[in-house]
Design a binder for this molecule. Structure first.
Ligand SMILES: NC(=O)c1ccc[n+]([C@@H]2O[C@H](COP(=O)([O-])OP(=O)(O)OC[C@H]3O[C@@H](n4cnc5c(N)ncnc54)[C@H](OP(=O)(O)O)[C@@H]3O)[C@@H](O)[C@H]2O)c1
Length: 332
């Protein structure tokens, strides 16, 4: 492919104003031009993530300088290279973590945030990877240092993050405990490889986990009343990583429990990390996670595909909360 085949404009999904799924509007936009160290990707598929819903509602703006279009991950083919890009060529099949702009037929990515499409995976599967794999890798493995044989507790078992955390932690030889809000979701978590799954509103999951060996790492998207319960089932030396606070941003903490068990509490957002940090994570993911995907030790769980123009329907589907795994937009 040559740059000459790149059209002047493209289909993109704009957030016309903060609001419900209906504010996601198909529009024509100029195809963006890559700047220094950027590549232009002809998008085959784009992943949908909960942070896109928050952005649409006006609660999670894109970082300064990023596209105003939603979309944190895509897969496709490199259509053009910006100045000083090395290591990538026009025509390479890649997937990429983006600060925004994925809901479009073309998207810009920093060269360091791109990874090759893993061998044997479809563009839709590859598009479902970057946001959750970078997030789980950065928090569970890079920060919290989950080790083979240790136990991970993950809430939101069937969320995009949850299915990725289960698949990655099992492929790395950890024991995985999960919670979900419905029995069918607990069953799905077990099918995906979790060693045990608890109905979070009905079962005393913290007591049961503490009685059955405890957890070494908690990946928490709940916060609120779950925080004390998470700390109660962490083992000595345990690590607690917050990536969201669906049950509340504030929670009382028993400082004595932290002292007694030498617990470490941390948290992060992926969007705010520097490009250099994302490039470092991408390099580690390429060597540590990509072989697991290519060998089949780790699988991608897709719930449903939607055409790009139906992004509003994809968001409605996510907000109904019945999905198990990733929701993906097909751009071609
Ligand atoms: N910090 C970061 O870098 C980062 C990056 C990506 C995502 N995130 C966050 O991670 C979370 C998951 O993202 P996603 O894209 O995977 O979303 P998703 O597929 O839409 O999943 C959302 C999950 O939240 C759970 N949930 C909702 N309300 C809950 C509640 N009151 N108590 C317990 N669980 C509840 C749901 O579990 P049930 O259906 O079983 O109730 C569901 O599994 C989101 O909050 C997102 O903002 C953070």
């Amino acid at each position: 492919m040559t740059p000459a085949t790149i059209p002047d404009d493209m289909l993109a999904i704009e957030i016309t104003k903060p609001g419900g799924p209906d504010v996601l509007t198909p529009v024509r936009r100029p195809v963006p031009r890559p700047g220094p160290n950027e590549v232009l990707i002809r998008v085959a598929a784009a992943g949908v993530n909960r942070p896109d819903v928050l952005q649409r509602m006006g609660l999670y703006p894109p970082p300064p300088g990023a596209s105003d279009l939603p979309g944190l991950e895509v897969a496709g083919e490199i259509a053009a290279l910006g100045p000083s890009v090395s290591g990538w060529n026009i025509g390479d099949k890649v997937c990429a973590l983006l600060p925004g702009g994925g809901y479009a037929q073309f998207a810009l990515a920093d060269a360091g945030s791109c990874l090759p499409v893993p061998k044997g995976l479809s563009p839709e599967e590859a598009a479902a990877l970057p946001e959750t794999v970078f997030t789980v890798w950065a928090n569970v493995f890079d920060d919290a240092r989950l080790q083979p044989g240790e136990t991970l507790l993950v809430h939101g078992a069937t969320s995009g993050i949850g299915v990725t955390a289960i698949a990655m932690a099992k492929a790395f030889g950890a024991r995985v405990l999960a919670t979900a809000g419905a029995r069918a979701k607990c069953d799905a978590a077990l099918t995906l490889g979790a060693d045990a799954a608890y109905l979070y509103d009905e079962e005393p999951w913290d007591e049961e986990i503490a009685k059955s060996g405890g957890a070494d790492v908690v990946l928490d998207m709940a916060g609120g009343d779950f925080l004390a319960r998470n700390l109660a089932c962490l083992n000595p030396g345990g690590r607690h990583v917050s990536i969201a606070f669906l049950r509340g941003a504030e929670a009382p903490i028993n400082i004595f429990a932290i002292m007694q068990k030498r617990l470490k509490l941390t948290g992060s957002t992926m969007k705010a990390r520097s490009l250099a940090e994302k490039a470092r994570l991408a390099a580690d993911i390429r060597t540590q996670v990509w072989p697991l995907l290519e060998s089949g030790a780790m699988a991608v769980k897709i719930d449903q595909l939607f055409p790009l123009a139906d992004a509003a329907k994809a968001h409605e589907h996510m907000e109904k909360g019945g999905h198990i795994g990733k929701i993906v937009l097909k751009a071609v």
